[in-house]
Design a binder for this molecule. Structure first.
Ligand SMILES: *Cc1c(COP(=O)(O)O)cnc(C)c1O
Length: 433
């Protein structure tokens, strides 16, 4: 697999370089040089194939010979060792549940695959890899769990003190070994600023091999294409067209879906559903991209005002908003609409969603109202119990917490408390403790 920056398609790099470096120097993002179509016979046989076979074939198609076949199969099978079932909700509406991984969020797909890929690339390296990640919640937990105990890699997670939920905090701070947590006396933006500054710091670069684990890294997008294939394979479909609704924040998830379509997966329409952080739907309407400051909502993993993967989407469509509109329909929803929907679907259909999934459901529902002949799947990106307070308050009932989340309550938190001060952070990294 060869990749290049969105800002320079002449300079090709290997998958290893793109993954370990995360970002090209020119401030673009790495994208695949080409996305070839899968054989038609593979697509038409999808529903007869084992999930593990689909996963391997698609990843192999994308990555090619960069990794020996046996190793690649092992990486995919270990990373994606949990199901992604399609559940019928009502009428033509289905849900793809992406929360059956260890941290109950879809970010497990990306983080687990990326950890194993990086582990493989580091095997014959003398140097040690340092992953830095700032989190407002879900990313840190998935990355911590995904990289836990991987040889040759240390992960440092920065999170804003008092601003992640108690269970999310436990997911970041109770593993130990090669996972270190820093509790920053500041906001998520402060955490992100500290990480960005570290990436530009020559002293650190001389001493440490640094990399990033958020969705700017192409290694997170590759495994996310897989569940789109799994979704279509499971949709025991009549002759309807297929619509996929993606609750979106940084738009890594949607980008992966568009990559799947480009390789031949028959998805007729994508729905990009957002909360009131509506930079993308406004762009689709006006053709003008205007980033905004993010606003807080109950679907807070999507509180993004300047989606980082927008560049990749525009690259894919050659900056042509009209071409984009052929494939993507987009709308935004308020917290009130989200709560009402979450409650109504629970009461009427006996199906419980989390606030992010509810935004996806709303997008799909409205799309189906305006477009005939479709069956639709919305992506449920987190288990409802991860947003316990909001969900319980909305439905007026207790929500059961799955065992693997519940046991964290009794585990001991270990984190380094730190002021929002770059020198403290730098000293911490230089000490290499
Ligand atoms: C990260 C996240 C999203 C947004 O995904 P993007 O790829 O950033 O668009 C949606 N829902 C949940 C629960 C998340 O954690």
């Amino acid at each position: 697999m060869k990749l290049h920056s969105t800002k320079n398609h002449r300079k090709l790099v290997s998958l290893k370089e793109a993954v370990l470096k995360s970002l090209p120097d020119d401030n673009g993002l790495y994208v695949p040089q080409q996305l070839l179509r899968l054989p038609d016979s593979f697509i038409s046989e999808l529903s007869n194939l084992e999930i593990s076979e689909i996963n391997y074939q698609v990843v192999h198609h994308l990555i090619g010979d960069d990794i020996p076949d046996g190793k690649l199969r092992e990486i995919v099978e270990e990373a994606i060792n949990f199901p992604a079932p399609v559940v019928h909700v009502h009428g033509e509406i289905y849900c793809l549940e992406l929360y059956h991984g260890p941290t109950l969020a879809f970010k497990d797909f990306g983080a687990r695959f990326m950890a194993r890929l990086m582990g493989y690339f580091m095997e014959n390296e003398k140097r040690h890899l340092h992953i830095l990640v700032a989190t407002s919640g879900d990313t840190g937990g998935a990355v911590a769990s995904g990289f836990y105990d991987v040889d040759g890699i240390t992960v440092t997670i920065l999170y804003p003190s008092g601003k992640v939920s108690p269970l999310q905090e436990k997911q970041l701070t109770t593993l130990g070994k090669n996972i270190r947590a820093i509790e920053v006396e500041g906001s998520f933006d402060d955490c992100q600023a500290l990480v960005k500054k570290a990436f530009l710091d020559q002293d650190l670069k001389d001493k440490l091999l640094l990399s990033s684990a958020n969705s700017i890294n192409i290694a997170r997008l590759i495994p996310q294409t897989l569940y789109y294939f799994q979704a279509v394979a499971q949709l025991d479909n009549n002759s309807n067209k297929v619509a996929l609704s993606v609750p979106s924040g940084n738009f890594g998830n949607l980008t992966a879906g568009l990559y799947a379509k480009k390789t031949g997966l028959p998805i007729d329409a994508f729905i990009a559903a957002t909360n009131i952080n509506d930079t993308f739907p406004r762009y689709i309407q006006s053709g003008n991209y205007q980033a905004m400051k993010s606003r807080t909502t109950i679907s807070n993993a999507m509180d993004v005002g300047d989606p980082s993967n927008f560049q990749r989407i525009m690259y894919l469509y050659d900056n042509d908003v009209n071409a984009l509109k052929q494939d993507i329909w987009s709308a935004s929803y308020t917290d009130e609409e989200t709560r009402m929907t979450l409650k109504r679907v629970f009461t009427d259909e006996n199906y419980l969603m989390d606030p992010h999934g509810a935004v996806g459901y709303l997008g799909l529902k409205n799309f189906l109202k305006q477009n005939n002949g479709y069956s639709g799947i919305f992506l449920e990106t987190a288990h409802p119990s991860k947003f316990l307070e909001v969900v319980e308050e909305t439905i007026g009932q207790k929500v059961e917490i799955p065992e693997r989340l519940a046991i964290l309550k009794n585990k001991e938190k270990e984190a380094t408390m730190m002021e929002n001060d770059y020198n403290s952070f730098k000293n911490y990294l230089m000490a290499g403790n």
